[in-house]
Design a binder for this molecule. Structure first.
Ligand code: FAD
Length: 586
């Protein structure tokens, strides 16, 4: 156990849930739990949130829609909300502004205490369960100890595993262990490597570059993977400058970072000074000093997700999250292997979507431990798909929602296994997508008679919030269209929920690779101005007006006894038409 130095102060916190690691998985877990009423502490060791997606690493978030290649499979819920906030507030696609979008969301969330620059380095057990964790906050030279009912390790490196002696796995399973055809014959400790990216910008005049003496030298494009072709990725750097898979993915990080910088500066030297690449006016404006990690420790949880689970579509009864990225396995030799002609990545097919079970997100050994993100319970082969951050967000929201439900009942994560319907329905109500699971509509919505200014409005209460297969599950609308419920008598209406069209067939993620959302602002199909009216007798009365909606999920309180409720789309962000995927009352 870590010995605390008594010369430094110690601050104590009490929480229902303590989340460790504020990458995309941890951020979604913390927000989801706090929104559902749990007292949450998020302990994060960096000054900015988002992990690999933050301005410190600048990896773009991918997921089941494969960057728009498979329409309508984008992760909704908290991630969609963040992306739409980003479209509104960050039209120039600046990563530090994205940091601010993430910070604002967490900072503004009631019930959530954010401990930045605070690295978890100790944990205390009480019997089998975790009683508290302690972190060292660099900026204040203070220890923070958090006692909580449940702990969610979203640190990527599974920091709690060594601290409490929890079983974990690092490296690749043998083929025979789980019958995985893409696994190596023998198990090993090799992983996918880490990367330092860069960004370059074009200027009006020539930009000379002199590399430091310690940078590597590359004299010919033949010395570089892919020759000169991919050197065009100057705006965002090269993911294939990857190392560390043959070293220790945690202990050797600093040495690997030093080598990655030697390579990346050498590659840039080659582009600038080693041939005619048309890069005269280009200069680097950012270099990544914190290596982005793909893989290190993975928990051994109640279920270990495998290649076969993914290939079988993961139709688990306890499905609470989903993925859809290919099994994108990077050979451990990374850049060194690619230089010798090996592929930088091997894409093994995976279905999209596939389900991820709740059991891969909690421990059987430590009853109050959950995990999400790249340290969740999966084999190396399965992680090669689940590690993308859209999928990590889906897992994170499931963990946060489950933790809040469990702590509200004084229950443990495993106790929820008998109540998967409630957890799934809670996730669907918060606009998460769970393939093959339909949202149950509130009784008030089902008994109402639905009509609309045009078209068939019934899909707005069919419990599926996006197109699936040939079915759009949507009511098409333009500015001026209305949709209304009439109840069989006067009814108490507490709230109305609307799910609009945020262009799930487009790529709206923050990326510098292409210009899919650059300057485009919010999707033109998204409802912007809405009017909500209540029916009493034969009179429609104005209840609410929404002027600048920029979200897909919109919930508005009503709190009235009514005979009906009408929603009018007064304006979309563009000329439309758009659609509503859901409109229901409860
Ligand atoms: C170069 C590269 C390219 C990639 N390309 C893509 C891509 O295009 N799209 C995509 O979606 N994914 C991509 N990935 C994968 C993806 O970035 C990771 O799998 C993902 O970041 C995992 O998310 P996470 O939240 O689990 O972990 P992380 O993003 O690693 O976040 C975990 C956070 O926990 C913090 N932490 C760690 N230890 C502690 C501690 N002891 N105390 C407190 N906090 C702690 C860390 O600082 C970190 O910020 C790529 C990865 C790499 C390296």
């Amino acid at each position: 156990m870590h010995r605390r130095d008594e010369r430094f102060p110690q601050v104590e916190h009490q929480a229902d849930l303590c989340v460790i690691g504020g990458g995309m998985a941890g951020l979604c877990a913390a927000l989801a739990a706090a929104r559902r009423g749990a007292r949450v502490v998020l302990m994060h060791d960096r000054p900015v949130l988002g992990g690999n997606a933050s301005s410190e690493c600048r990896v773009h978030i991918c997921g089941a829609d494969r960057s728009g290649a498979i329409p309508y499979l984008r992760e909704t819920g908290i991630l969609e909300e963040l992306r739409l906030d980003n479209l509104l507030r960050n039209p120039n696609r600046e990563y530090p502004i994205w940091d601010l979008v993430l910070y604002d969301k967490v900072h503004s969330q009631p019930n959530l205490t954010l401990l930045l620059n605070c690295s978890c380095l100790d944990a205390q057990l009480s019997g089998q369960a975790i009683e508290s964790v302690t972190g060292w906050q660099l900026t204040t030279q203070t220890y923070h100890t958090v006692e909580a009912k449940i702990f969610a390790d979203c640190s990527g490196d599974a920091i709690l595993a060594p601290l409490i002696g929890h079983p974990f796995r690092m490296g690749r399973e043998a083929r025979g262990e789980h019958g995985e055809s893409i696994a190596p014959e023998e198990a090993d400790e090799r992983t996918m490597g880490m990367t330092c990216l860069f960004q370059a910008r074009e200027h009006d005049s020539p930009q000379p570059f002199a590399p430091p003496a310690w940078a590597h030298r590359y004299h010919s494009p033949k010395e570089l993977p892919y020759g000169a072709r991919d050197l065009r990725w100057w705006r965002q750097g090269y993911w294939w400058i990857e190392l560390g898979g043959e070293a220790h993915a945690i202990r050797d990080t600093e040495a690997i970072r030093a080598e990655l910088l030697r390579i990346t500066l050498g590659v840039w030297d080659h582009i600038k000074n080693g041939g005619d690449y048309g890069a005269d006016n280009w200069a680097r404006e950012w270099i990544q000093f914190l290596p982005a990690k793909r893989e290190s420790r993975r928990y051994l949880g109640a279920h270990v997700l495998t290649q076969n689970d993914i290939e079988g579509e993961g139709r688990f009864p306890d499905l609470v999250a989903y993925g859809g990225w290919a099994m994108d396995d990077h050979p451990p030799a990374g850049f060194e292997g690619v230089k010798l002609g090996a592929p930088a990545a091997v894409f093994h097919p995976a279905p999209s979507p596939y389900g991820i079970p709740y059991r891969s997100l909690f421990s059987e050994n430590t009853p109050n431990l959950m995990f999400a993100g790249r340290c969740h319970s999966a084999t190396h082969a399965a992680l090669s798909s689940t590690r993308v951050m859209g999928t990590c967000c889906s897992m994170g929201q499931a963990v946060g929602t489950a933790a809040a439900m469990a702590t509200a009942r004084n229950a443990l994560p495993a106790d929820l296994l008998g109540d998967m319907t409630n957890l799934q329905q809670a996730l669907l109500a918060d606009d998460c997508y769970l393939p093959w699971v339909r949202q149950e509509m509130p009784g008030l919505t089902s008994e109402g008679v639905l009509s609309a200014s045009r078209g068939d409005p019934e899909p707005v209460r069919d419990g599926i919030g996006r197109p699936v297969g040939e079915d759009r599950h949507a009511w098409t609308c333009s500015a001026g269209d209305w949709i209304a419920y009439r109840f069989p008598g006067r009814r108490r209406v507490e709230r109305v929920t609307i799910i609009g069209d945020s262009a799930l067939d487009k790529n709206i993620t923050l990326t510098l690779h292409h210009h899919s959302h650059a300057g485009a602002g919010l999707p033109g199909v998204l409802p912007r101005r809405l009017r909500i009216e209540g029916l009493r007798g034969d009179r429609w009365e104005l209840l609410d007006q929404v002027r600048d909606n920029h979200q897909r999920l919109l919930r508005r309180p009503v709190g009235r006894d009514l005979d009906g409720l009408r929603l009018t789309i007064e304006a979309l962000w563009g000329s439309g038409p758009g659609c509503l995927y859901a409109f229901y009352v409860s």
